[in-house]
Design a protein around this ligand. Sequence first.
Ligand SMILES: Cc1cc2nc3c(=O)[nH]c(=O)nc-3n(C[C@H](O)[C@H](O)[C@H](O)COP(=O)(O)OP(=O)(O)OC[C@H]3O[C@@H](n4cnc5c(N)ncnc54)[C@H](O)[C@@H]3O)c2cc1C
Length: 446
Amino acid sequence: MDFVIIGGDAAGMSAASRAKRTMPDLKVTVLEKTMDVSYSACGMPYNIAEPDREIEDLVVRHAHVFREKQDINLLTGHCVDNIDPAGKAVGGISLGGKKFEFPYDKLLIATGASPIIPDMPGFDLPGVLGLKSLEDGRKIKQFLKDSSVKKVVVIGMGYIALEMVEALRARNIEVDMVKPRPAFLPWLDEKMAQIVKDEIKSNQVTMYPGHKVEKIEKSGDRLKIICSDLTLEGDMVLVAIGITPNSDMAEKAGLALGIKKSIAVDRELKTSDENIYAAGDCADAFHIVTGQKAWIPLALRANRAGWAVADNVCGKDVQLPGIVGTSVFKVFELEVARTGLNAQEAEKAGFDPVEVTIKSRSRAHAHPGSSTIWLQMTGDKKTGRLLGVQMVGKEGVAHRINAPAVALHGHMTVEQFGQSDMAYAPPFGPVWDPMLTTANQLLKKL
Ligand SMILES: Cc1cc2nc3c(=O)[nH]c(=O)nc-3n(C[C@H](O)[C@H](O)[C@H](O)COP(=O)(O)OP(=O)(O)OC[C@H]3O[C@@H](n4cnc5c(N)ncnc54)[C@H](O)[C@@H]3O)c2cc1C
């Protein structure tokens, strides 16, 4: 059987490796348009922060290992540009300019997503860069090295923008941030968002929310970022206003698309064509809390979905229940995390949400090094169900979010979650963990 995979990173290479481990006789071909496979995109901001570190450190497994040790027919520099579901073949063109075509029995589309670069004047100038692929990271690192960059303007204020701001400040580069919408991290509670903003400002970053960039112009050696009511100047511009799924080819092949033009898949990761699967950032997922489709492109889902596709291609019957939207990022000294829904999202999904926000401590009372943790928990008044949690603090946030994430998978009520037996020792939290305190407070309001 021919198993062909388009895209050679998290979802694609997870699927290829697992399929080969499960069925060593399976013929697995991976077509990857760049020369890079299997790397940690998530590590790029931290790598860029350190000028002396090679970007290649982020490669998890090199192409030759997949080819020589795992017997995977991995073809880099192979850009697929069409899928023919009736003829069960994919075709495209290689970096050398040669046309290719591969027949398949089962196909996985694992093409990921691309950064959104607005079609406006100046966004194609040298020094205006996005960050998604390893090649993007390489270009940013090289530009910072070659152009003695003193100031960067970051367009966007999402998690990749914020991680990059920290990386640039670590290199002593001045940073301004600008974005069109006035709300900073709109999904986060306003008071908690203000804490994050204060942290960014205290690291000498100036933020300009509510300014729509109209164009970028060259100004001597520098770049001018022009909004209707504001002009900023920098040596480099980082465009980090979001990503969009790479689904055009799937759409052209007649496959059904879902939310935000991601490829619609069922719980087996099957698209609307029974021989074609899709996994990772290009595909949608079921949200366990809402029961509806969602597009939340993150690394664990991509890896897990790749595995599930491999299992299904190899004849197992694997269904993924879905995601709860758990995510975390670090900005300077702060950890910011969320899982599930906030009140607005819950209302939209038909719940009757009630929320509570509390301030607690990361360690036991009077234990040295303790710092504040802010938590917000949302529950459903009708059913008592836990709907979501968000958290900000200097420590104890990133891993603590996993407890409510698991509770959401288990459809727990706030009361059940509040009765969970959580660990306690003074260096790690109060005897009543901040999660339990928040659940107890929320229970009073439900
Ligand atoms: C800077 C940064 C930080 C991040 N941090 C985190 C984090 O902390 N936590 C987290 O969960 N997630 C994080 N992510 C997101 C995470 O990296 C992605 O969710 C994950 O990489 C998705 O894997 P994927 O295989 O679906 O897509 P990708 O990794 O995008 O891989 C898709 C591959 O398909 C190839 N391709 C596309 N089109 C074609 C074509 N037509 N023909 C052939 N090949 C093609 C691409 O070249 C690419 O190699 C981060 C992403 C970035 C950019």
